[in-house]
Design a protein around this ligand. Sequence first.
Ligand SMILES: [Zn+2]
Length: 325
Amino acid sequence: MFEKIIAQDRAKKILSEQIKNNKIPHAYIFMGEEGTGKMLTAIEFAKTLNCMINDYTKTDAGPCNHCLSCEHIDKGTFPDLHIINFEKQDEIAEKESEKGKTKLGIRLIRYMQDKVYIKATDGKWKFFIIEPAEKMTIEAFNCLLKTLEEPPDNTIIILIAKHKETIPVTIVSRVQTVFFQPLRTEEVSKYLQEKHFLSQDKADNIAEMADGSIEKAETLMLNTQNEYSTLWSELTSKKLAVADILIKSKSVAKDRDSAIEAVTILTESATKFFRQNPGKYANIIEQLSESKKYLERNANPTNVLDNLFLYINSKINGDIKLCQW
Ligand SMILES: [Zn+2]
């Protein structure tokens, strides 16, 4: 259960035990810094309880991830899972002036309450996830308190928050608090290597800057990748002279990791075009794969990228003659 959640052994243990014993509180606060898996855990929780294949009262396998319920929850189209957040607040706003607020107001909680006492449509359990709970107004908290005092059947309310101090004691005393710890640097690095196929060096570098947050790590990763996101369109441009290609290659080949990353991103772009026109792009894909192998075997990045970039440009535009490997 909760295999998708990185680390957080204590939180996972608490929830798994409650699910296994079918002693599930009607409300929680998932407390912890951003990027520690609070929302993902809430979603997996909803899937586990609503899965149509794996019955949580009989198996601790967690959700099947394939049934209609699991698929709808993953796509955000499950009718009994409600995310109560700023987007929802804007969506239900009647006037323009009610949009873009910095607090979650009482109207939003009243909207939630209208849904709370309606019987579940598809699922066995209804979930309401309020995020960020610490941004609720006092009126909104007081309004929520009424629901917590008269909890509806088969309904779970999860407040997601960074700090406990910002939530009134009257609320905290009525819900189960589950803490989410910042991840260790090596856990973030392992995640980046396994999920995004980064080299260990690159993953370690990003993980050190990520303050134990997967979200922050992924943003940092995307920022470095964005450096190369336009590389394919640049390289395949007709206007590019040989000298420009060589300058480009030199700038990308600052070190082996950057070169490998650029080749990986170029491969993603080339693969998209390959699917539309395999004949034209097969050789390019092959050349990209060869280049990656050379880089991994410590070939000089500038030499490898000079050849690769010229090859890509010539294959697309058909001008330049160049040496073979
Ligand atoms: Zn399922």
